[in-house]
Design a protein around this ligand. Structure first.
Ligand SMILES: Cc1cc2nc3c(=O)[nH]c(=O)nc-3n(C[C@H](O)[C@H](O)[C@H](O)COP(=O)(O)OP(=O)(O)OC[C@H]3O[C@@H](n4cnc5c(N)ncnc54)[C@H](O)[C@@H]3O)c2cc1C
Length: 436
């Protein structure tokens, strides 16, 4: 990391922390402060809300338990695309075509807003690398064609189907059979983006305190109070945006998302050697529920992610496990070493859709983004900001997906783990039946 103080929380050891753009830790809150809106949580959901509010002239204090972007927002795959964790087909079933299109368009606008913010605020260390590709691990030429046609007809998304021959010229593996390419998605450095949004928010007057967990909330009276370890904030409104790291804060919210772990590894720099396996700069993922995603990052490193588990402790040999996973797809990379391997927690609601709303007058939540949060948190932040500042009620488009109890950290985790294992089994069966 380029700058940190000895007392500030450290970012998890990751490729992103290693390549972070210059920034300084922010102080912890040590006094009593007053503001219009207090945002709790400095991930992309909280930061986007804070920036959106500040751009609308609202006075905001944001507190973050560790560091800005310390959670999922600063350690994810860096894929930015429209849509949500829940499949688009299921959203159409739930909401009908028209409303499904409205919520999809909101997420698509957020992809554009991220691009605009990177350019408008000239965010450091956030080059945008265009191109998003989905690959299929079994032979079914019709599967992705149906997907392409559905997305085009219902959401107006245009994508290109790649044959096996074309695909294998750029991804040198026999694992993948066909691909769907979409030019509007991109990938970037998520920690630098989160830090950039924080700096942009500060430039608009937002106060940010790091190493400042909210430890107690008094949200009953018209004036809310947020207690931290060595300070407090009185605010007219509070926004809770703690993602999968919410822990015990606000039981009704904490009980409505399950922290789910997922892993990432980056290889040593491979330079030109990477072309033995990967010859495109796109953000690539397979279509399995708990599938893999990967992209190339600086120095010809491969950033490889995957696995979903309700067990929230990293396995002992994480780097080895993830490299073995990579090599199972690209056996020509046998012997490649890991440089960093890390874990992150995603907040998953049972319905896999963002949770946006008001728990009580002036008490807002912006969470539940699961594994598809880069554009969706940006969208959620905008919706909550415009709801608070302008009375915009579009956040209600997500009302169907509320604060359902997940079953708790033990029962919910067991149920989720059983579901993931079941889907993994289905994925394996489908692949083993593939003949071509
Ligand atoms: C490994 C991994 C890979 C992923 N890959 C992608 C991807 O490629 N593309 C994509 O779109 N999505 C991806 N996701 C999902 C995406 O990162 C998340 O959906 C998104 O970052 C959630 O943002 P958030 O702000 O809700 O949560 P977070 O970023 O987790 O932020 C929550 C913050 O709240 C803070 N907090 C918690 N409790 C308190 C408290 N009491 N007081 C103050 N602060 C508190 C935490 O410290 C944390 O910083 C991935 C997630 C992971 C973990």
């Amino acid at each position: 990391m380029s700058s940190s103080s000895s007392t500030a929380s450290r970012y998890v050891d990751s490729y992103y922390a290693r390549t972070v753009a210059a920034h300084s830790p922010r102080p912890a809150l040590t006094q009593s402060r007053e503001t219009e809106v207090c945002v709790v949580g400095g991930g992309l959901a909280g930061l986007s809300t804070a920036l959106g509010l500040a751009q609308r002239g609202v006075k905001v204090i944001l507190i973050e338990a560790r560091r800005v972007g310390w959670g999922a927002s600063g350690r994810n795959g860096g894929f930015v695309s429209a849509g949500f964790s829940l499949s688009s087909r299921q959203i159409v079933k739930d909401l009908g075509r028209q409303q499904a299109r409205e919520v999809y368009d909101l997420s698509r606008d957020a992809v554009g807003l991220i691009r605009d913010r990177i350019a408008a605020f000239d965010l450091p260390g956030v080059p945008v690398i265009d191109g998003r590709m989905k690959v299929l691990r079994y032979h079914d030429p019709e599967y992705l064609a149906r997907d392409r046609d559905f997305m085009s007809e219902v959401f107006g998304v245009e994508s290109e189907l790649w044959s096996r021959e074309r695909l294998r010229e750029v991804l040198l593996t026999e694992r993948y059979h066909h691909a769907l390419y979409n030019a509007s998605g991109f990938h970037f450095h998520p920690l630098n983006y989160a830090l950039g949004v924080a700096a942009a928010a500060e430039s608009r007057g937002v106060e940010i305190y790091e190493d400042t967990p909210a430890v107690w909330l008094d949200l009953e009276s018209p004036e809310k109070s947020v207690q931290t370890v060595s300070g407090s904030i009185r605010a007219k409104q509070v926004v809770i945006a703690c993602g999968g790291y919410i822990d015990g804060l606000q039981p009704a919210l904490a009980g409505a998302t399950l922290p789910v772990a997922t892993y990432v590894v980056t290889t040593e720099p491979l330079g030109e050697d990477i072309k033995r396996a990967i010859r495109v700069p796109y953000a690539i993922s397979d279509t399995r529920l708990a599938g893999n995603y990967f992209r190339t990052v600086s120095g010809g490193r491969i950033l490889w992610g995957g696995d979903i588990t309700a067990r929230t402790r990293a396995p002992r040999h994480l780097a080895k496990q993830m490299i073995a996973d990579l090599v199972s797809v690209f056996p020509q990379l046998t012997g490649v070493q890991a440089e960093d391997a890390w874990m992150g927690l995603m907040g998953y609601p049972v319905h896999k859709m963002p949770q946006l709303g008001q728990q009580a007058p002036g008490v807002w939540y912006c969470m539940g983004y699961g594994g598809h949060g880069m554009a969706a948190t940006t969208m959620g932040g905008e919706l909550i900001a415009s709801a608070i500042a302008e009375g915009d009620d579009r956040y209600r488009l997500f009302a169907r997906y509320g604060l359902q109890w997940t079953g708790g950290r033990i029962v919910g985790a067991i149920a989720a783990q059983a579901t993931y294992s079941y889907y993994q089994l289905l994925d394996r069966l489908q692949e083993s039946r593939s003949t071509a």
